[in-house]
Design a protein around this ligand. Structure first.
Ligand code: TYC
Length: 121
């Protein structure tokens, strides 16, 4: 690699160090756009069990904020109830953070101790 122009990586080509021109024929070597698809870091959003939040409220949270069907929401809620923790979904950082905030605000508003956290995958 010779130099970087914004997202274009300017490479020397055909054994011509420095690139740009081969010094013989006046041919220019054109910068080639390089495909660089970076995968985002992903985060699990988890619900934690407690002894006081009503089961129906947890099901509502899973339907409202995680777009789960009633059957899936009920399965996840029961999993959390029995195992202590369960996954609501996997998201990029900002989306996961937003979900956690929405759930925590909603739980507080209804005076339930429900806890929602995120962890890097
Ligand atoms: N354990 C609660 C109860 O018996 C139900 C519950 C399920 C609470 C999941 C929180 O994330 C939770 N009412």
């Amino acid at each position: 690699m010779v130099g970087t122009v914004d997202h274009l990586k300017v490479r020397s080509a055909a054994g011509v160090p420095g690139g740009g021109d081969d010094g013989r024929s006046g041919t220019a070597i054109i910068a080639k756009p390089k495909t660089k698809t970076k995968r985002p870091n992903l985060y699990r959003v988890l619900l934690l069990n407690d002894d006081y939040t009503p089961m129906e409220f947890v099901v509502l949270v899973l339907e409202r904020f995680f777009n789960k069907s009633r059957d899936d929401a009920t399965r996840i809620m029961l999993h959390v109830h029995q195992n202590g923790v369960g996954e609501c979904g996997i998201f990029t950082y900002e989306v996961a953070e937003t979900k956690v905030t929405q759930v925590m605000d909603f739980a507080r508003k209804h005076q339930h101790p429900l806890q929602c956290v995120m962890e890097k995958k």
